[in-house]
Every structure is written in structure tokens, then in C-alpha cells.
Design a protein around this ligand. Structure first.
Ligand SMILES: Nc1ncnc2c1ncn2[C@@H]1O[C@H](COP(=O)(O)OP(=O)(O)OP(=O)(O)O)[C@@H](O)[C@H]1O
Ligand SMILES: [Mg+2]
Length: 532
């Protein structure tokens, strides 16, 4: 693996990378950084959590001069939280060079954005809708842009941003450098690539299995009505550090987060119908650990990088295989392990098999956690909490009473009582969730992958063992420090209807563009998967 000092980068960039705690480049970084430094257009595909942001961020920052007073680079992302998160990372990378970057997204005061734009940022990281607003208002000019990045490019297409992206790119000088990134590369991405990229290199570090290798995947077959019980048992049994639970609709997310709170879990919901303020608050709490369960629609499926997420639970089976791959990819990031659990109703088993076929990964079935396992899990956590403070100095003041009690009672009996008290009783509140319709299996060619379907002038590394997710190191090893702030996601696919997506990023919230229906997520084309 190549060290960052070996790419011939500006020393200020290397210093920034070092300060971020990165030691070695990840496979996608190793491959794309040299190409991007040469100015080659490229399509970069690598598993979730393997550092695609820095793969485009580093060469971008390296090329820009701090003295530049015009917008020279544009990064487009499908959701607001992702724009914020990418801007954070770009900000860190450009710190020592003095590069100015700015996130531009819907839901935020446009006047405030205009004021920020006056500080002459060189890099804009934005969601397409709000970007177009600024372009139309002439508060953003693209005449000097020489680099464009489309992060989660397939998702932006899927969300119906094609026209917006086209309009935006028409305003960027054609001799630009364009890069396109995602963990999944459906067939329709080719169309976009043909139109906007100039003889791109297709850099793929996706091995056989498209999902990140460090994620232990399992599914539980469960009736719709048993799902909530199954969820609380699973949470008790596994006691996640941080967990993201995906629900199919906004209503589902609202009901589920409320139900979890009633049962005593520290959970909050995130979906596209919340105000930007609410979205920001939820993300902040989740990042700093003040809540440990985030219940979300697919708004949180893409790009979101929160360290400490040990579990992803698909309370509802995702609509399509890409969504599955991205959802579970919120854990098992940057070389860490994670667990992904998926609830499947008996009628959805075929759909699960379809996801398995397309992702080329068999998902083992696990039994519903038993009551005993749930209780055991909770007890284990309590015991761990006790053991954490067993050597604390601050216990002295409790020792007197401890000695007194031990003179009167049996020690095991006493400790058991204390543990019982600490564990707390599950609040037995009856929970009734509105049932969701089951998903039906799709008919689609199962696994059309990248091999043999190369982009012109490209190479596809379809090799083995190129996990990308596996074991690259970060100095300082800060396993659960809160990440870079922000949050990556979008609001969508969560309209009342299955497959609809109401609260998607800019257009509905800002009211200033688009007549698009809030519930019609465009159906995907038939042979989506080139690479998944
Ligand atoms: N070379 C590196 N060494 C260690 N950690 C890294 C390195 N590069 C990136 N990271 C960290 O890995 C995490 C995941 O990176 P990033 O969000 O860019 O992944 P991604 O490939 O874009 O994933 P996704 O497909 O989910 O968007 C981040 O916390 C990032 O800071
Ligand atoms: Mg990413």
C-alpha cells in the first residue's frame, strides 16, 4: 500500500492528511490519485467506507492555489447531509493550503449562502437543486470551473437529478476534468459517463462481493407484526455502540423512533420531511453519541460516515440491491468491523434472494433472538458498566455502606440486586406499528458485473482480495471518536408509497423549483447492474 508521501503531493496536503490520521492510501486512493493528478477523467468504484471522498479530495486540493479567487471546482452530492460531510473532509484536506470550500444545499437560508459565497470559495460542494438556484440567480458562476466531481453519481441519476446535472454541466467549460464516484455502478451510469466524461478510466476495486467485506450480514425471517419485538430483542442482545435502523417510509421512521423511545431506547428519526434544523440536530446528536440509535429512511443510506456505527438494521427490506449495499455500508467502514441485520417477512424471501444474487453474497439466516438472549445481552452490558468502574478511586465513599450490607446479606444476592436495578426493567409499553406492504421480488438479470463490460479506454480490476475495506490503518486509532461532523445522506424514497420519495433533497423543501411529484421515485431501468 502506498504512503501519502509517495504521490508527489504538496507538503501542505500531506501534512493535512497526516493530521487526519491517515497513514496509508486505500486501494481506490492508490489508483485514482495519480490518474486524477494527471487530469484524467475517471469513474471510481470501490466498496463503501473505503475512502472515496479523499480519493477525489486529495488531488483536487493539491491542484488549487489559495490565491485563486474564483470557483474552480464543483462537487455534486445527492443529499444535504452528504454535502455537509464532504465539505468537512475537503475543508480538513485544504486546511494548510488555505483552500476555501463551501457547502451549498437546500433547506439552508439562501441569503446566508450568498454572504458565504462573497468570501470567494474555490470549491463548492452542493446538491444539484440548490446549485441551480444560485446559478440562476447568478450568485454562483461556473465559467472558471475546471474540475467537477459527481459523488454517488448513480444515486443522483436515480433521484431524477439528470436534467439538473445536465443543465449545470452545460455551464462548465468543456475542457474540464470530471470524476464520478460510487460504490455501485448501475448500467445507466454509462449514459451519464458517455455524455459528460472524456475517455474516462474506469477504476474499480470491487472484488467479487460488492458489499464491504468487514460487515457480518444476517437476516431474520419475521412476520410484519413481530418486527418490533424482534427489533428490541436484537438491540438488547447485540447492544450496539451506535446503530442505524432503516425503515421504508417516513411514517415508518416516525412511528418506529417514537416506539423505541417509549421502550426506553435513545433513538431519533431522520427523514426528508423534517426541517433542516431538525435534520441537523438529529445528525449532531448521533455523531456526538447523545443518541445511539438513528432511525432513518434511505435518506441516510448513502455516503454517511459516522464512526462508531457498529450495527445497521434493515427493519424493512430495502427496495433494491444498491440500497442494500449502501445501507449496510454505514457500518464496517475504514477497516472496522460491523454487523448488518435484515428483517424479512415470509412473503419477501424471494426479494431477499434477488438481493443476494445481485450482490453475489449469500446472507445467512439467523433465528429470532430469544427472550433469554435479549436479557443476557442486557445483563452483559450492565456487568461491563460495573467492571468499567470497579477500579475507580471514586468508589471509596460507597465502601462503608458496601461493608455494612455485606455483613447482613449474601454477596451474590446483593450484587444480583444491584445489577437488576442497574439493568432496569424494559418498559412494557404496547407498540402497534402501521404495517408496510411486502416488497415483491423483482425480475432482473441477476449479476451482470463489470467484467467484460468495460468502459472505453478503461480497465477493470476485477481481482480478488482487493477488499479496500480491509485493514488499512489510521494513526492514533480512535475507534469511536466522532467523525468529521456533518452527515451523509439524503431525504427520499420515503414518501407514503413504497418506492416513493417525498423528502428528497432540494426540490421539495425549497419550493422554488420543480413540479416533480413527491412520491415518484423514477423506476430503474431494466439492466441496472453492471457492477453489483
Ligand atoms: N487512507 C485512509 N486511511 C484511514 N482512514 C481513511 C483513509 N481514507 C479515508 N479514511 C476514512 O475512512 C472513512 C470512510 O471514507 P469515505 O466516507 O470517503 O468512504 P466512501 O468510500 O466514500 O464510502 P461510501 O461509499 O459509503 O460513501 C472516513 O472516516 C475517512 O475519513
Ligand atoms: Mg462516499
Amino acid at each position: 500500500m502506498k504512503l501519502f508521501s509517495e504521490f508527489g503531493l504538496d507538503s501542505k496536503v500531506v501534512r493535512a492528511i497526516t493530521e487526519m490520521g491517515f497513514e496509508e492510501s486505500t486501494p481506490i486512493q492508490e489508483k485514482t490519485i495519480p490518474l486524477a493528478l494527471e487530469g484524467k477523467d475517471l469513474i471510481g468504484q470501490a466498496q463503501t467506507g473505503t475512502g472515496k471522498t479523499a480519493a477525489f479530495g486529495i488531488p483536487l486540493i493539491n491542484r488549487i492555489e489559495a490565491s485563486e479567487e474564483r470557483i474552480v471546482a464543483l462537487i455534486m452530492c445527492p443529499t444535504r447531509e452528504l454535502a455537509i460531510q464532504v465539505a468537512e473532509e475537503i475543508g480538513k484536506l485544504g486546511r494548510f493550503k488555505g483552500i476555501r470550500s463551501l457547502p451549498i444545499y437546500g433547506g439552508q437560508d439562501i441569503v446566508k449562502q450568498i454572504r458565504a459565497l462573497k468570501k470567494k470559495p474555490q470549491i463548492i460542494i452542493g446538491t444539484p437543486g440548490r446549485l441551480l438556484d444560485h446559478i440562476n440567480r447568478k450568485t454562483i458562476k461556473l465559467d472558471n470551473v475546471n474540475t467537477v466531481v459527481l459523488d454517488e453519481a448513480d444515486e443522483m441519476l436515480d433521484m431524477g437529478f439528470m436534467e439538473d446535472i445536465q443543465s449545470i454541466l452545460q455551464l462548465v467549460p468543456p475542457e474540464r476534468h470530471t470524476m464520478l464516484f460510487s460504490a455501485t455502478m448501475p448500467e445507466n451510469i454509462k449514459r451519464l459517463a458517455k455524455q459528460f466524461l472524456n475517455e474516462p478510466e474506469h477504476v474499480s476495486v470491487i472484488p467479487k462481493q460488492v458489499s464491504a467485506p468487514l460487515i457480518a450480514q444476517s437476516y431474520i425471517e419475521v412476520h410484519e407484526k413481530q418486527k418490533f419485538e424482534a427489533l428490541s430483542r436484537l438491540l438488547d442482545m447485540e447492544s450496539p455502540e451506535l446503530a442505524i435502523i432503516f425503515g421504508r417510509t417516513k411514517r415508518r421512521v416516525d412511528e418506529l423512533s417514537e416506539a423505541l423511545q417509549k421502550r426506553g431506547y435513545s433513538a431519533e428519526g431522520l427523514h426528508g420531511d423534517l426541517s433542516q434544523n431538525q435534520r441537523d440536530n438529529v445528525m449532531r446528536k448521533f455523531r456526538d453519541g447523545s443518541i445511539d440509535v438513528l432511525v432513518a429512511t434511505d435518506v441516510a443510506a448513502r455516503g454517511l460516515d459516522v464512526s462508531g456505527v457498529t450495527h445497521v438494521i434493515n427493519f424493512d427490506l430495502p427496495q433494491d440491491p444498491e440500497s442494500y449495499v449502501h445501507r449496510i455500508g454505514r457500518t464496517g467502514r475504514a477497516g472496522r468491523e460491523g454487523a448488518a441485520w435484515t428483517f424479512v417477512t415470509p412473503r419477501e424471501i424471494d426479494h431477499l434472494h434477488f438481493i443476494e444474487r445481485v450482490t453475489r453474497h449469500r446472507i445467512p439466516r439467523k433465528p429470532l433472538p430469544s427472550m433469554a438472549e435479549a436479557i443476557e445481552g442486557k445483563q452483559r452490558v450492565t456487568a461491563e458498566r460495573v467492571l468499567e468502574i470497579v477500579n475507580d478511586e471514586g468508589l471509596t465513599e460507597f465502601k462503608g455502606i458496601a461493608i455494612q450490607l455485606l455483613e447482613q446479606y449474601d454477596s451474590v444476592q446483593l450484587l444480583a440486586a444491584a445489577l437488576k436495578l442497574l439493568t432496569g426493567d424494559k418498559k412494557e409499553v404496547d407498540i402497534e406499528l402501521t404495517p408496510e406492504d411486502p416488497l415483491r421480488a423483482k425480475k432482473r438479470r441477476p449479476d451482470v458485473r463489470s467484467s467484460g463490460r468495460k468502459m472505453p479506454g478503461s480497465y477493470v480490476r476485477d481481482g480478488q482480495g482487493q477488499s479496500g475495506g480491509g485493514g488499512y490503518r489510521r494513526s492514533g486509532d480512535r475507534p469511536y471518536s466522532s467523525g468529521s461532523g456533518g452527515g451523509g445522506d439524503r431525504g427520499r424514497r420515503d414518501g407514503g408509497n413504497r418506492g416513493g420519495y417525498g423528502g428528497r433533497d432540494d426540490r421539495y423543501r425549497d419550493g422554488d423549483r420543480g413540479q416533480r411529484r413527491t412520491d415518484d421515485r423514477k423506476p430503474k431501468s431494466s439492466s441496472e447492474f453492471v457492477n453489483i
